[in-house]
Design a protein around this ligand. Sequence first.
Ligand code: MG
Length: 161
Amino acid sequence: MLNIRIGNGYDIHRLVPGRPLILGGIEIYHTVGLLGHSDADVLTHGIMDAMLGALSLGDIGHYFPPTDPEWAGANSLVLLEKVHDLIQAKGWRIGNIDSVIVAEKPKLKPHLLRMREKLATVLGVDIELVSIKATTNEQLGPVGREEGIAVYAVALLFQGS
Ligand code: MG
């Protein structure tokens, strides 16, 4: 019997000067970067929350609290690996992931393939199973004013064969 579960994730981080912009484990040149306790990789965070949500395992704040110095400046790909280990230990595998980054600037399209390659490699899945899209917020709201970058993600997990 094939069991399937679906989860969604959302995250947003503030853009500030003096920080690198890291999305999907890729550093992208920009005048501002994302603020956070870890490397603030908002894409990887959204995807982790979708994976955890699929199994009703809570959210990343539960596993990697922003108050814990162990995760200060953490590479979010390491956290993704831990979340992946957790779902694998419960016998679940990734069916597919879909995500959308909402950012006014910079242009992300040229970087999407590298992000997909990076995340697929960390998760040990085919790149075809990791979709990353990018859109602007049409200059509306805080994301539209370039105050932050938001991500929506969905993950489908399966168990059995
Ligand atoms: Mg986050």
